[in-house]
Write a protein that binds this ligand. Structure first.
Ligand SMILES: Nc1ncnc2c1ncn2[C@@H]1O[C@H](COP(=O)(O)OP(=O)(O)OP(=O)(O)O)[C@@H](O)[C@H]1O
Ligand SMILES: [Mg+2]
Length: 306
């Protein structure tokens, strides 16, 4: 039985300006013990899909099961299986960190949970903030509390909606170590993030959403294999010739170009030299998930994966 099963999920929001379709027939399964990445640009529908999973938003069509429990028909059972870290920072300012975690435990009917709460606090670098009020915490610390809250009842399925947004480098590493450990112990993880190097390092399988449709769904290693194998990266002292339009990714003076082989790389450099431009700091690297992502989002936009 899959940890999560999305079955033809669609969502249409009604707004004052008419209706808006945020999800259009999304179907895929996440297996028990899997570390799964859900990627997509802003507005693709990731949070909408997670909100439907968490029972916070109703799907317009389709079904979502958590370990066999329908999130609508069998809400309480489905919700108990899930630990959800929301994208938005929502918290009650009147409680201390420890009180908030005790209340959350009570909500799930877990008693005498202090040993696990202490482990969560330590693992997430919050031990010295246990007795601070929520409103006294910085943004990154509040996000850590949200992670702790989601895990307080040891859910078999962990859902993280951009857990590292606004979180410093050190905690990101601590957080990933901790989540990776839980995953090793058998917890399934569904992660959304805009840090694609995190997704590449952590997720064994990835789905990409674009305007509410699944446009890629593969093992991470297969996604990387399918990408054009190399990227030519260099600095240039003027605007690129028109031939590069739509091919090159330009950030200030830095240019990155997908290239399949040495011949293609030589050609690119020759065209640039003929245009009278000077290149510096030339580098050839393997394509990474960010290259694949940009590729998928630009080309495959219209044709969705079945
Ligand atoms: N309550 C709502 N009413 C109307 N439209 C909504 C509502 N919530 C989300 N949307 C719209 O649905 C689309 C998907 O939003 P969603 O938050 O799911 O995107 P996302 O993939 O999580 O984006 P991000 O990466 O920015 O978090 C967006 O166009 C958004 O404006
Ligand atoms: Mg979102």
């Amino acid at each position: 039985m899959p940890a999560i099963s999305f079955q033809s999920v669609s969502k249409t929001y009604s707004t004052s300006r008419g209706s808006f379709q945020a999800l259009d027939g999304v179907s895929f399964d996440i297996e028990e013990g899997e570390f799964f990445g859900l990627l997509g640009p802003n507005g693709a529908g990731k949070t909408t899909l997670i909100s439907i999973l968490a029972g916070l938003v109703r799907a317009s069509a389709g079904k979502v099961l958590v370990r066999g429990h329908d999130v609508q028909a069998d809400y309480a059972q489905a919700r108990r299986q899930l630990g959800v870290v929301p994208q938005e920072l929502v918290f009650d300012p009147f409680f201390t960190v420890r009180e908030a975690l005790r209340i959350q435990s009570g909500y799930f009917g877990v008693k005498n949970n202090d040993a696990w709460i202490d482990e969560l606090l330590t693992s997430l670098g919050l031990a010295d903030k246990a007795n601070s009020n929520m409103r006294q915490l910085s943004g990154g610390m509040k996000r850590r509390v949200l992670v702790a809250q989601a895990l307080v009842h040891r859910p078999p399925v962990i859902v993280l909606d951009e857990p590292t947004a606004g979180v410093d480098v050190e905690l990101r590493q601590t957080l990933w170590q901790f989540i990776a450990r839980l995953n090793k112990e058998g917890h399934a993880v569904l992660l959304t993030t805009h840090y694609l190097e995190e997704a590449e390092a952590l997720c064994s399988r990835i789905a990409m959403l674009k305007t509410g449709r699944v446009v890629a769904l593969e093992r991470t290693s297969d996604l990387l294999k399918a990408a054009s194998s190399n990227v030519l990266r260099f600095k240039v002292d003027g605007p690129l010739p028109p031939a590069f339009e739509g091919k090159a990714r330009v950030t200030g003076r830095i240019v990155q170009l997908p290239a399949h082989d040495a011949h293609e790389i030589e050609n690119y450099l020759a065209v640039i030299r003929q245009a009278g431009l000077r290149v510096e700091d030339v580098e050839i690297r393997k394509a990474d998930l960010e290259d694949v992502f940009l590729d998928v989002m630009s080309e495959k936009g219209q044709e969705a994966v079945a």
